[in-house]
Design a binder for this molecule. Sequence first.
Ligand SMILES: *[C@@H]1O[C@H](CO)[C@@H](O)[C@H](O)[C@H]1NC(C)=O
Ligand SMILES: *[C@@H]1O[C@H](CO)[C@@H](O)[C@H](O)[C@H]1NC(C)=O
Ligand SMILES: *[C@@H]1O[C@H](CO)[C@@H](O)[C@H](O)[C@H]1NC(C)=O
Length: 496
Amino acid sequence: MASTNAAVSLALLLLLLSASVALARVSVGYGGFWHGGDGMKVRGDVLGRQEADRVVELPGQPPVGFKQYAGYVTVNEKHGRALFYWFFEAMTEPEKRPLLLWLNGGPGCSSIGYGEAEELGPFFPKKDQQTLKLNPHTWNKAANLLFVESPVGVGFSYTNTSEDINELGDEITAKDSHAFLVNWFKRFPQFKSHDFYIAGESYAGHYVPQLAKAIFDSNKHVPKSDYINLKGFMIGNALLDDETDQKGMVEYAWDHAVISDRVYRDIKTKCDFRRKKASVGCNTALTSYFNVYEIIDMYSLYTPSCVSNSSSSISSSRQRPMIQGIAPQILSKFDGWHKRSAGYDPCAPYYTESYFNRPDVQKALHANVTSMSYPWTHCSDAISIWRDSPASMLPTIRKLIAGGIRIWVYSGDTDGRIPVTATRLTLKKLGLKINEDWTPWYTNNKQVGGWTIEYDGLMFVTIRGAGHEVPSFKPKQALQLVKHFLANKKLPPKPF
Ligand SMILES: *[C@@H]1O[C@H](CO)[C@@H](O)[C@H](O)[C@H]1NC(C)=O
Ligand SMILES: *[C@@H]1O[C@H](CO)[C@@H](O)[C@H](O)[C@H]1NC(C)=O
Ligand SMILES: *[C@@H]1O[C@H](CO)[C@@H](O)[C@H](O)[C@H]1NC(C)=O
């Protein structure tokens, strides 16, 4: 009797073992085959952890042929800080394509709320707030695509040490994002050998170069296991330099018939944007400047505002709390600076907010596992102070150019927030040699997509007719842009 039992148990054990091996085989990264540039084997326990993050299907999701994963990666065990990520394998040949991390700015805004759900990810929440539509210009057509909500306090990312929220700033954001990547690659080692790129917009003009620098510096001394194969980064409508960003905003507003001659003249004579504090006269002039943007969208001058009132039940204000201490030092003291942006469908943020607050969606994403006390929002309501924010990113950019990192800077030219004028002034200040000046580039239907300037060490691209969130306003052009960036190929200077 006893021996029969033992035999049955043994058979059962064998069955279980072979089943788990089979499971491991189908669950590895890209559609079920082993991979590793240097003959690396992905271990069973790693596969199990990876599989636990697998997003099988989201509520209302259209069927897709690529795999997706979401969950938390701990970045600081002592404080209990964890960043939330959502990862999409490339639509085709994920084993061959690069890995691209996308970051939104704020500071305090979610890369999932903007980047994934309204700009360049595969899934956009629909007006019905029940279903998702497939974005035909999703960037996982070009790369394996990773979104992370950073720093803690943003979206689903959290800390178990509440005081951490008052200690945030550029430095800790870069440090935690770097720790996130090191640990994420431990969970997804099959992507470690891939070329790695970072892209982002707006305040990510700080985040992206700072994270690139953190990787660049640590790559010099870390063990091979923590090495990250960083090749380049791309930033759009990016905050880069207090003096030129603020000056450019004012120039642009006058030149685009947003402000009167009087307001323009007052700002010109009373504001010195190299300073940290504004004079009384400058503040008065800037108040008039921001008043105009109460009635039109600063982030996209020529598109409508959301006027539907079906959304009044969700937090309907686009005003986000003021954060003390961020760059640019003068303009960020104004409420008008802290408005949220909308996007191509100016009501899209309402659909997104409603969708990500659904418990079934959060469950499917393995999000909010600690049951946070506040709802998911595009931009954090919890962060109210920012400890460090350098006035200029140019020293960092210079260093990375010298280090051979590929850098592309792009600009949607109908954004009034970090307008093309600001970026042009900033790049002029950077003072690089021009290899090829002001050249048009073409889309595949023979239209001018914008212009490029090829500097010695940096590519600048404008996107004609796009607001602050370029991929949301000009999705086709944005996909073309990212494909060329990743391939290190110039955009076509002639119709083709
Ligand atoms: C935070 O605390 C919760 C509850 O104790 C715990 O389940 C979770 O693992 C902690 N998070 C981190 C990153 O340590
Ligand atoms: C706005 O909401 C109110 C109250 O629910 C309703 O009576 C009104 O018709 C709505 N207006 C529009 C334009 O939808
Ligand atoms: C987390 O879940 C709780 C319910 O358990 C909910 O009240 C809260 O709004 C959620 N927070 C976030 C950030 O999703």
